[in-house]
Design a protein around this ligand. Sequence first.
Ligand SMILES: NC(=O)c1ccc[n+]([C@@H]2O[C@H](COP(=O)([O-])OP(=O)(O)OC[C@H]3O[C@@H](n4cnc5c(N)ncnc54)[C@H](O)[C@@H]3O)[C@@H](O)[C@H]2O)c1
Length: 484
Amino acid sequence: MQTQPKASHFIDGEYVEDTAGTPIDVIYPYTGKIIASLHAATPPIITQALASAERAQRDWGAMTGTQRGRVLRRAADIMRARNHDLSVLETFDTGKPYQETSVADATSGADALEYFGGLAGAMTGEHIPLAGGDFVYTRREPLGVCVGIGAWNYPTQIACWKAAPALACGNAMVFKPSETTPLCALQVAEILHEAGAPPGIFNVVQGMGDVGASLISDARVAKVSLTGSVPTGRKVYAAAAENIRHVTMELGGKSPIVIFDDADIDNAVSGAILGNFYSTGQVCSNGTRVFVQKGIKEAFIARLGARLQGVVMGDPQDPTTNFGPMVSDTQRKIVQAYIQKGVAEGARLTAGGNTPDRDGFFIEPTVFADVTDDMTIAREEIFGPVMCVLDFETEAEALARANATEFGLAASVFTNDLTRAHRMAAGFAAGTCYINTHNLAPVEAPFGGSKLSGVGRENSKLALNHYSEMKGVYVAMNDVEAPF
Ligand SMILES: NC(=O)c1ccc[n+]([C@@H]2O[C@H](COP(=O)([O-])OP(=O)(O)OC[C@H]3O[C@@H](n4cnc5c(N)ncnc54)[C@H](O)[C@@H]3O)[C@@H](O)[C@H]2O)c1
């Protein structure tokens, strides 16, 4: 497959290059080899992208929602038809196994385009009757030019989850992918263009944090939606505050999975695997603190150990591989340091912990038992395949400890006690909760975090509120009464 794009940026319906920008080498995590070379956006590229988006948004925002929705739904169809190629590219970009990318990335992106394409024509205001026949009507209006900034773990999905509601509401978007995975968003731009999106409606510019910062500080920008870490979120939120801009923040997490002794233990083990090792642990909503009720702790660890025998680590493009390398050597080193800290602080290593002696940024799926709440590995987001198993005795204790974190992205409970399941879901201080599963993110459901994990929600009808604002129009049906 040709992994080198035609040029670094996609602006106004075409590929654009400016070789004066800082070089960005794209590394395939399986081989450590360079598979594409791009350039970060220079100030003229940033200006070009924002000017084109501002120009295009005026007409796009004036179209009917049905017309815009048609373009998005066409893009969804193209994306589904190209799923194989897009998945292969996503695997080159991230190192995630094709077994995952073929069902979770372009497909999830297409779902978002289809869903918000469907909703676009159904967005309406309301009529509010008042005394004396006066009334107010509301108009849902686009914000204008939105900036999207992506993390490296789900490059296609992140681009689509931001573009689809933004465009459905009549905005234009300038999207900056992560510098680690810059390839897939260009494909999203091509597909939207091919589906009939007017030039400039979705522009992609490459670059590091400084490019993101320049985009946000531009006066033409009405909103920024970031998927990234909490430290970056703080900077982006502060920069947006300078001009009182709208924000959506999808940030990090240290989510709990609470497993009671009445749970279906195989389902609980599956949930913990999904919530810790999918995408080699590089998922923001991962349930990395697994609280297991004391009586079943050793049984849980034994079953988990047996299931880990099913890990197939290898060439991520091979459809039988179910566990790929980490996205970069840097990220792998961060995870290695956390594993060392876990050992040093006295946690019991029950699986993995090693770096396989082979090419690629691999690290074994790792499980620590007897983890306590104060250990570094139980407090900080690791963003790699490291599961911490903690044990508990009572429901009240589990809930209090699950919530004792500055993050609040996701939380799940495994139990067969119906009332306890709902009690726990109501008690979790997290934006995205699960009962008897973990980490599913269908487009119909709101996704996002509370506390340090974020602001706003992606997906679901709620996302429309974050990409539009309501204008109230007061209509007088009577003479104006003035005091003099
Ligand atoms: N909540 C979610 O939906 C979600 C999803 C995926 C990843 N994440 C989080 O993302 C993190 C991993 O991704 P990452 O390492 O790419 O995150 P990161 O914060 O390092 O970078 C995210 C993006 O922000 C850009 N950026 C960096 N500094 C900036 C600045 N000052 N101004 C504007 N943009 C700037 C980066 O170039 C990149 O595109 C983890 O913390 C993970 O939990 C969250």
